[in-house]
Design a protein around this ligand. Structure first.
Ligand SMILES: Nc1nc2c(c(=O)[nH]1)N[C@H]1C(S)=C(S)[C@@H](COP(=O)(O)OP(=O)(O)OC[C@H]3O[C@@H](n4cnc5c(=O)[nH]c(N)nc54)[C@H](O)[C@@H]3O)O[C@H]1N2
Ligand SMILES: Nc1nc2c(c(=O)[nH]1)N[C@H]1C(S)=C(S)[C@@H](COP(=O)(O)OP(=O)(O)OC[C@H]3O[C@@H](n4cnc5c(=O)[nH]c(N)nc54)[C@H](O)[C@@H]3O)O[C@H]1N2
Ligand code: SF4
Ligand SMILES: [Mo]
Length: 706
């Protein structure tokens, strides 16, 4: 069975084989991984039959406070009654939905529809807000369209200079490294901007090691040098962009020595970087979470977009700006309506024409569609308060581990009248729920995913979910049917005949069928920015993926964007002046160190999945605090010794890992663990004013021996 890995946005191609109930993985030739897989992909099937897998709904027993197995009938009853009670007492918006960028397009679409049509709440958002929202907002602003890479990944191999800003693909997308190696073997130059000597930085020709949170100063200085040394492409700027004059004025103040003073990156390295980009025939600038997860993430990305535009890169083969998306469906997850302000097709929910179009597809009056909700952190932070929702349904996220200032978020979740979590394992968030619904895993469902290139792919079911488990679509379909008052469902929709509905809504069986849902998604997205109207499952099968936008059945798809025009009304890209500003929280006498967070190869996200896989647990058994040996000596800390990291918001504890590769004023920890080792106990919940992105990548801490 040819399918793709369940984890990251590279969506490596793999083949699944089943023998005596055991499922094994073989890599497959696919344009992103070309036969490679990382350790997470190889071991993914282990969770299918994991002893801790949930196979029955769980209900919290009011007497003992414990979660106990229950029937689907009882669980769905409890949820429907709970949602009705909350909405009757506190209004429709008192119920909220939280989704995830790991959900298939069909599920992301169904979740948005469920919130707006079945619950009629404005409150839906998702973990993608914590992921690529800053790059998405900057891309929309500059290009009129947000697609992670506006070109196929293979372009990396054609660029002469490649600049990675806050990206560590050697750990976060290992098979991608082959593209980097080939690029360098062809004589290309790789430059990495990261406060740590990562596995990726080790391969670079040049590594800039800035203080976290100073990338915007670096970007402005690079453009300053490009101007003074004459690398700006005047023709391109004149014919394909607007707004350069204001940017030219801003970056005039960013002479390299000023950026060096702030970031610590030597002027000579800034000059070498600007030169390598400015003199290359083809150059690509990529950002990832290191540059984006800041309270000024949108402006920082804009700084690098300005640089790319001034050098005339976007739209030329082997050149351009791109963002490396993160989650398996990080791209598609933000196109079909689980974002607070969006409807399917990347439409704006406050656009009257967009509302009318989507309402027609959904068979409801346009004025009944709710308006925009609030971004993820604001939503989580309002739960259970007088102003916020009192009931929450979570599909595909574990915010108790992954949200900033996580102890506060955990408290908010505890204050809810009703928390429902659909998951296949008891995540830290599911453990707090009133109702837990066991859901299918990737090898047990059909659907589509959109990878980091904007390529829409097929996920294929190898076998049905185990007894007692339902798919997310079946759960949403059953809840919708109950909220509408149709017959109770003691069996999943796939085991019951199609029942038609009087009100023009899809039957429960139709709503649970990913193929039917995808057909509706195509109609809902038609004419939108992310237009999937011409993409069918058959077409994906025939072509190993189809790039959106693809409006027509027999028209072309769009592997490469912006070659002739940008997606703005006048076809021109927008420059925008951006000024560096300090981090939301600066170091002080009590909290003298900069703290930043990120990932390790063998763990994925909140760790719910990968912490339960034996080989991955062996490879990365526990959290750590990465410290420079000079700093460790000052603190009297030795390698492996447990240390406490404290901020104004909380603390966590993990063994020290001494590394000469990190700046001596900066401390790093991975965020994959919960409990006492939870890095997010200390992170800052300050958010970007445009994207709502939290400042995961910098706050002020103190480190002590534990
Ligand atoms: N193994 C593994 N792979 C994954 C994931 C995972 O959890 N585990 N998650 C997937 C997802 S959802 C995502 S979003 C991607 C993320 O992929 P990446 O963005 O590559 O991952 P991170 O480790 O979060 O951050 C990258 C680097 O940013 C650096 N950094 C920290 N602060 C700054 C700063 O201020 N400026 C700069 N320039 N750099 C900084 C960190 O040192 C780190 O090396 O990975 C995907 N792949
Ligand atoms: N400090 C710090 N915090 C961060 C980051 C950082 O760099 N630093 N990165 C942020 C980023 S980029 C991201 S993307 C978030 C991710 O953080 P989370 O949203 O917590 O990510 P996951 O661990 O992938 O959570 C997915 C959960 O849903 C379950 N699940 C997986 N697939 C499905 C499905 O199809 N259906 C259902 N119902 N459940 C499913 C999994 O078992 C897991 O429990 O973390 C953010 N938090
Ligand atoms: S790189 Fe990403 S998609 Fe590929 S095998 Fe690893 S986790 Fe899976
Ligand atoms: Mo992410």
């Amino acid at each position: 069975m040819a399918t793709h890995c369940p984890y990251c946005a590279l969506q490596c191609g793999m083949v699944l084989r089943e023998e005596d109930d055991a499922v094994s993985v073989l890599p497959r030739q696919f344009p992103t991984n070309r036969g490679g897989l990382c350790q997470k992909g190889w071991t993914a099937p282990e969770l299918l039959s994991h002893p801790e897998r949930l196979t029955s709904p769980l209900l919290r027993d009011p007497a003992t406070g414990e979660l106990r197995p229950a029937t689907w009938e009882a669980a769905l009853d409890r949820i429907t009654t709970g949602l009705r009670d909350v909405q009757e007492q506190h209004g429709r918006d008192a119920v909220a939905v939280f989704g995830g960028g790991g959900l298939t397009n069909e599920k992301a679409y169904a979740l948005g529809r469920f919130a707006r049509v079945a619950l009629r709440t404005r409150h839906i958002d998702y973990n993608g807000r914590f992921c690529m929202s800053s790059a998405a907002a900057a891309g929309m602003r500059a290009f009129g369209m947000d697609r992670g890479l506006p070109f196929p990944l293979s372009d990396l191999g054609r660029a002469d200079t490649l600049l990675l800003v806050g990206a560590n693909p050697a750990e976060t997308m290992p098979p991608l490294v082959r593209w980097l190696t080939e690029h360098r073997e062809r004589g290309g130059k790789l430059i990495v901007i990261d406060p740590r000597v990562t596995a990726t930085a080790r391969q670079a020709d040049l590594h800039l090691q800035p203080l976290p949170g100073t990338d915007l100063a670096v970007a402005n200085a690079l453009l300053h040098i490009a101007l003074t040394e004459g690398y700006v492409d005047g023709d391109y700027v004149a014919t394909r962009t607007t707004g350069f004059t204001a940017v030219r004025r801003t970056v005039a103040g960013w002479w390299p020595a000023r950026a060096e003073a702030l970031s610590g990156v030597p002027v000579a390295d800034l000059e070498e970087t600007a030169r390598a980009l400015g003199t290359a025939a083809r150059a690509i600038i990529l950002t990832a979470r290191g540059a984006e997860q800041h309270a000024k993430g949108v402006d920082t990305v804009t700084g690098f977009v300005n640089l790319a535009l001034a050098l005339g890169l976007p739209g030329r083969p082997g050149s351009g700006y791109g963002c490396l998306t993160g989650q398996g469906n990080g791209q598609g997850g933000r196109e079909h309506g689980q974002k607070a302000d969006q409807l399917p097709g990347y439409r704006k929910i406050d656009d009257l024409e967009a509302r009318a179009h989507v309402a027609r597809v959904w068979g409801v009056p346009a004025d009944e569609l709710p308006g925009p909700g609030v971004p993820a952190y604001q939503l989580l932070d309002s739960l259970g308060t007088d102003q916020g929702p009192r009931a929450l349904l979570v599909f595909g996220s574990n915010p108790v581990v992954s949200a900033p200032r996580a102890a506060r978020v955990e408290g908010r979740l505890r204050d809810l009248d009703l928390l429902v979590v659909a998951d296949f394992l008891l995540s830290e968030t599911a453990a707090l729920a009133d109702v837990v619904l066991p859901t299918a895993q990737w090898a047990e469902e059909d659907g589509t995913m959109t990878n980091l290139e904007g390529r829409v792919l097929r996920r294929r079911a190898l076998r049905p979910p185990p007894a007692g488990v339902r798919t997310d679509l079946e759960i949403l379909a059953a809840l919708s049917a109950r909220l509408r008052g149709s017959t109770p469902a003691d069996r999943p929709a796939r085991e019951r005949p199609t029942d038609s509905t009087a009100d023009g809504q899809p039957s429960e069986a139709e709503a649970a069928d990913p193929c039917v849902v995808f057909a509706e998604l195509r109609r809902a997205s038609a004419g939108g920015i992310a237009d999937y109207a011409g993409i069918s499952w058959d077409r994906i099968d025939a072509a190993d993926g189809v790039f959106w936008p693809c409006p027509d059945d027999d028209g072309p798809d769009s592997p490469r964007l912006f070659t002739e025009r940008f997606a703005t009304a006048d076809g021109l890209a927008r420059f925008r002046p951006v000024e560096h500003r300090p981090a939301a929280e600066e170091v002080c006498a009590d909290y003298p160190l900069h703290f930043t967070t990120g990932r390790v190869l063998a763990q994925y996200q909140s760790g719910t999945q990968t912490r339960r896989v034996a080989a991955l647990r062996r490879a990365a058994p526990e959290a750590f605090v990465e410290l420079h040996p000079d700093l460790a000596e000052r603190l009297g800390v030795t390698d492996g010794e447990p240390v406490r990291v404290l901020s104004r918001r909380g603390e966590f504890q993990a063994p020290a890992r001494l590394s000469p590769g990190i700046r001596a004023d900066t401390v790093f920890a991975p965020f994959h663990w919960g409990g006492p080792a939870r890095a997010n106990s200390v992170t800052n919940d300050a958010v970007d004013p445009v994207s709502g992105m939290p400042e995961f990548k910098i706050c002020a801490v103190r480190v002590e021996r534990a």
